[in-house]
Design a protein. Sequence first.
Length: 146
Amino acid sequence: MELNKKNKIARRVRESRAAKGLTQLELSDMNGISLRSIQRIENGEVQPRLYTVKVLAEHLDFVTEPFELEDAIVPLVKTIDKPEVVRRTNKTQKIILTIGVASVIVLLVSAYIFQSPTFPETAFEAALLWAAVAIFYTMIVFLIWR
């Protein structure tokens, strides 16, 4: 933010507060911004954040110009680290992943059944196994497609 813009905000806050007959302490108590922050804003020592400017404007009944609000955002943008790149999977990848997971689950369960001489002993046990597999697979598919 250019120095003159920072000073414009400082002057506007200072003059609006004085016009309302408020002390810096009273203004601080009204809006929850610390006394030291208000002092630094009014002296042009700091560049207030967008939220702070909005709160002060609301309590002091002044309108901020768009360029001032826009410039108040600049330090926040500069301090934020580069966002993590979130890799989104497209529909084709999701379909392939869904079919691949199903294939792996069917192969693993089938291998378990074929290697076990005593499982399943009844059709009911087999039905329970496949029901559990279906629930597990449904949860995985939900996670893939959400």
